[in-house]
Design a protein around this ligand. Structure first.
Ligand code: F6P
Ligand code: MN
Length: 322
């Protein structure tokens, strides 16, 4: 099995980006270890704080965030970082060539049940003519990403990453301490019989999504003429990983549960990196109005509707909005 750096060189990834990726992965190996020891180390609880999104921070969220941020800022490769757990961006090396946005622990409500969680990251080029402490540097569309990935802290610690030459799977080999390439150019199957959505929100959705899901539920007695199965891990990393592996559609649609917050998932460190991975694997990632990676961000914590997965199924869903 190929090691990470030679695999990246084969994809013509520039050397400084390879170094940044290695730095990110050093942080994920440490987080993977901390996650496995959390119960033993008394790190299973919540802090007394809320993050900028109004979500209660778990102790592990904070540990993972500090680890990731410190390693990145010390590396010298990044001009600034932006995290789900930070109010605004944090300046790094003014000469750094990259910006990293990250969700240090996605799915953190799964921590207390020892279930799937992961780290999501997205890398953009740093604009040269802006100050390192200017958060507006991050207002770049997803199609400008030079790398995106996530690490799943599951039964195996697994890296899924793209630098724009396909989406590849790697597994952390603890015997030598590095990630090894296990699957090159993953392809999302075009058709599927599996969907992922938090069904408890159904009464808050817009009519097109309600109608689409109703038709999936009707199975072979409805217009789709086939039965569907539902899965919901409640960690985007897990649900997207299943979609990449065996196809399906994943959505967190707009809802009117809280009129001030019509969308749940965050553009910069959830929707954009997952969109890059899904598109590089031949899938589609959109809102009901258009391609996610074409959205010009207005702020670093902006939320967005997400519909992604197998090409034909996402198209079938979008047809309900026409
Ligand atoms: O980060 C937000 C997130 O935890 C995602 O990872 C996940 O897909 C979603 O929220 C779960 O939402 P819900 O709590 O509605 O199941
Ligand atoms: Mn998250």
């Amino acid at each position: 099995m190929q090691r990470l750096a030679p695999a990246l060189r084969e994809d013509n990834v520039p050397l400084d980006l390879i170094s940044l990726i290695k730095t990110i992965l050093a942080a994920t190996k440490e987080i993977s270890f901390r996650v496995s020891q959390a119960h033993l180390g008394g790190l299973m609880g919540s802090t007394l704080d809320e993050n900028i999104q109004g979500e209660v921070q778990k102790e592990l969220d904070v540990v993972a965030n500090e680890l990731f941020k410190d390693i990145l800022l010390e590396s010298g490769f990044v001009k600034a970082v932006s995290s789900e757990e930070e109010d605004t961006s944090v300046a790094g090396n003014p000469k750094g060539k990259y910006l990293v946005s990250f969700d240090p622990l996605d799915g953190s409500s799964n921590i207390e049940i020892n279930s799937l969680i992961g780290t999501i990251f997205s890398i953009h080029p740093a604009p040269e003519n802006m100050d390192a402490d200017d958060p507006d540097m991050f207002k770049q569309a997803g199609h400008k990403q030079v790398c995106a990935g996530y690490v799943l802290y599951g039964p195996a610690t697994m890296l899924v990453m793209t630098t724009g030459s396909g989406t590849h799977f790697y597994v952390l080999d603890r015997t030598h301490g590095g990630y090894l390439l296990v699957e090159r150019n993953v392809q999302v199957p075009e058709e599927t019989q599996e969907f992922a959505v938090n069904m408890s929100n159904q009464r808050f959705w817009q009519a097109p999504m309600k109608n689409y899901i109703d038709d999936l539920l009707l199975g072979d007695t409805g217009p789709r003429g086939k039965n569907f199965n539902m899965r919901w891990i409640a960690a985007m990393v897990g649900d997207v990983h299943r979609v990449l592996t065996r196809g399906g559609i994943f959505t967190y649609p707009a809802d009117n549960k809280d009129p001030k917050k019509p969308y749940k998932l965050r553009l910069m460190y959830e929707a954009n990196p997952m969109s890059f991975l899904v598109e590089q694997a031949g899938g589609i990632s959109v809102t009901s109005e258009g391609r996610i990676m074409d959205i010009e961000p207005g702020s670093i914590h902006q939320r967005v509707e997400v519909i992604l997965g197998s090409k034909k199924e996402v198209e079938a869903c979008l047809a309900y909005y026409k």
